[in-house]
Write a protein that binds this ligand. Structure first.
Ligand SMILES: [Zn+2]
Length: 675
């Protein structure tokens, strides 16, 4: 199981940028950190400009001082490599490191995520810096993790990338004929004669200029470009990581991810990361389930290993249209929600609020006022105190979910690039619709990738499984044949990994589901049909499949229109298991009834499901003991009857089964369940 890093409690701290401040401020920072119980800082995230002044000239003097100061103050250090933004001199001297955007415009110096991932100069200097940093600080025992770059993102369409794309294709497909086949290039006379004919799919080639990024004329090319771009950026990460490993093979390396960020396939990153870290910035309107699913997605990247909450704001963000304050207790609630779902840290962006540029109004542990007698600082201090008392009991602890939902980035690209059948198809929304029922009923549910071992689960739901890659169809058949319960939906099983249609829908899932889909009706926004089951009528919307059964049992049919009476909801017995198909999007009532029915079929029980706004999550540590997190998301009090004997993990108060506990608004309690 194991911990993510060498620390004996939940790490508490965040991004600290003392290089933006004169040294006299640093001592005051140390005083504040001590007061607040801060024990980790992420250093050096954006310092490349000061560390390297020219090709040959490096200057680590200021960083030496900062690291020395933090070490003397017993702070653990998550040391970043600074390569998330390149220095101005490098852009001036080597314009090849600048990105070319989707519209074909060569960028100038500025912003961040600004380096071309296929630039040999960027790759050389970023990995060299990672080497120099790890060599210089390899003996510092306070450094417990390496943080490569920062929030990798975006893409590049420059000539270097185009050339590298051709090499990538050659490696993957060997011949140009295979490329033509995979991309169906006989359409519109696109046949390529040579790898040199390949161009990057952008707004000046395959994308519809009016629709931009979302609409491509050749989905296969655009999907392959995203795969290539992900791998290019992962390669940049690996180059730095490998340099670091030469000097500090025992210190884990990570980079901070961003939840459902759509552009990069995080499963490819996860394979190369020692542990997952990510930045949680929910909008004010996001529900607890919408936040929880992000944690589950991130945790699922490494099959349930605990992760690091690398960034969250203690109070406000600055980049949303409305930057609402976190209400009293909300920072604590969201911090413990992250821990409940697998985080071994509570970390903030930022420790001290900068005075200039675009993040100066982003919340911080130490605000512009520089005071410790503020609401935010008091809440931070109180949480710091609690985390000390909580100690190490949650570190490395895992969930024991028996249900899982499949989420796949390439599948999302296929759905979002698809020209038709409906722009209303929303993969993330549909996945969340199903997840919300698990969350609301406090039933553990993992978010897994298509390559995960399915046999760990009794129930798997794959909403809109449009792209069925490789042997996934066979693996799902095996899973159900051996007794698994599986459910999928409309717009599933259409294509293989190159976005080529594999015959009658749902393609490779046809035998498993015992159906075929003759037509699909994409209803415009606001238009609905309906279906009835067990006396209850539910809404049918977005895309309505007209199904023929071939062995499956019909659970419901449409009520209206020319296809009234046509099946849309089926179940097929396959081996020892069952495979369900839901041929449309529906309403919350349907998702609730259906998911709970599936849980019952799979014999998945639920505790503490009858409280509105109560989130109950369990983690199990090495010895198998259960740690239960109870989070009251309500703005009012909530009284909960405990279902077992348990001990408050913070103040050690003991509770008996059946005893009632009252939670304040947005309150959280953490319990050790007594054996
Ligand atoms: Zn490029």
């Amino acid at each position: 199981m194991g911990k993510i890093w060498n620390h004996n409690k939940i790490a508490y701290g965040g991004d600290y940028n003392p290089e933006q401040w004169p040294e006299e401020v640093w001592e005051e920072d140390m005083r504040c950190f001590k007061l607040a119980g801060i024990d980790i800082v992420t250093l050096n995230v954006f310092s490349w400009a000061s560390l390297q002044k020219d090709d040959e000239v490096y200057d680590f003097e200021r960083l030496d001082k900062i690291i020395k100061l933090c070490t003397e103050n017993d702070l653990k250090i998550c040391l970043a490599t600074s390569t998330g933004a390149h220095p101005a001199w490098m852009a001036r001297k080597y314009p090849e490191i600048l990105r070319t955007d989707f519209d074909g415009r060569k960028h100038k110096f500025g912003g961040r995520h600004n380096s071309c991932p296929n630039s040999p100069v960027y790759r050389r200097y970023s990995s060299l810096l990672a080497y120099k940093l790890s060599e210089r600080y390899k003996d510092n025992k306070n450094i417990i993790a390496w943080h490569v770059s920062n929030e990798y993102g975006g893409d590049c369409y420059c000539e270097n990338c185009e050339k590298a794309f051709r090499v990538w294709l050659k490696d993957r497909y060997k011949t140009i004929d295979e490329v033509n086949k995979a991309w169906n290039m006989s359409f519109w006379g696109h046949t390529l004669y040579d790898f040199d004919d390949v161009v990057a799919p952008s707004n000046i080639s395959e994308h519809f200029p009016l629709f931009g990024r979302d609409r491509t004329q050749f989905q296969s090319i655009s999907i392959d470009y995203r795969r290539f771009m992900t791998e290019s950026i992962v390669d940049c990460y690996k180059l730095e990581r490998d340099e670091i490993r030469k000097n500090t093979p025992d210190i884990p390396v990570t980079t901070n991810l961003m939840g459902f960020y759509p552009v990069l396939d995080y499963r490819k990153f996860a394979k190369e990361m020692e542990f997952i870290s990510w930045d949680n910035y929910p909008s004010p309107h996001e529900t607890p389930a919408e936040i929880a699913i992000c944690h589950e997605l991130m945790k699922g990247l490494k099959s349930g290993q605990s992760f690091c909450l690398m960034e969250q704001t203690p109070s406000v963000t600055n980049w949303q249209p409305f930057n609402k304050l976190k209400r009293p207790n909300e920072m604590r609630l969201l911090s413990y929600q992250a821990v409940a779902h697998g985080s071994d840290s509570v970390m903030f962006f930022q420790m001290r609020r900068s005075i200039g540029a675009c993040e100066k109004y982003h919340g911080a542990v130490i605000d512009h006022a520089g005071r410790t007698d503020t609401r935010v600082f008091r809440e931070i201090t109180a949480l710091g105190d609690e985390l000390k008392k909580l100690g190490d009991i949650t570190l490395g602890a895992r969930s024991k979910a028996r249900a899982a939902i499949i989420y796949d980035w390439e599948n999302r690209w296929g759905i979002e690039y698809s020209a038709g059948p409906s722009i209303l198809i929303d993969y993330r929304r549909e996945v969340t619709n199903y997840y919300e029922v698990f969350h609301k009923n406090n039933i553990a549910c993992d978010l897994i990738g298509p390559d995960e071992d399915f046999s760990k689960y009794d129930l798997i739901i794959a909403p809109i499984l449009y792209m069925v890659k490789g042997d996934m169809g066979e693996r799902l058949e095996k899973y159900v044949a051996e007794g698994g319960v599986f459910a999928t939906t409309y717009f599933s099983g259409y294509v293989e990994e190159h976005d080529l249609v594999t015959g009658a829908y749902p393609g490779k899932l046809k035998d498993l589901l015992g159906i075929w889909v003759e037509e699909s009706d994409a209803l415009p926004e606001g238009e609905k049909n309906s279906f009835t089951r067990d006396g209850k009528t539910y809404e049918a919307s977005i895309l309505l499949d007209l199904i023929h059964t071939e062995g499956a049992e019909v659970l419901s049919s449409y009520n209206e229109d020319f296809y009234a009476g046509t099946p849309m909801f089926t179940v097929n017995s396959f081996g020892k298991g069952k495979a369900y198909y839901i041929g449309c999007s529906s309403d919350k009532e349907f998702y609730k009834d259906f998911v709970l029915e599936l849980c019952e079929k799979a014999d998945i029980s639920k505790e503490l499901s009858n409280y509105e706004g109560l989130e109950a999550v369990s983690r199990y540590n090495d010895s198998g003991s259960e740690i239960l997190f109870l989070l009251n998301h309500n703005k009012s009090e909530l009284t909960v009857k405990l279902h077992a004997d348990m001990t408050d993990a913070i103040n050690k108060t003991e509770y008996k089964k059946g005893q009632e506990v009252t939670f304040g608004p947005r309150d959280v309690m953490i319990f050790s369940i007594n054996e």
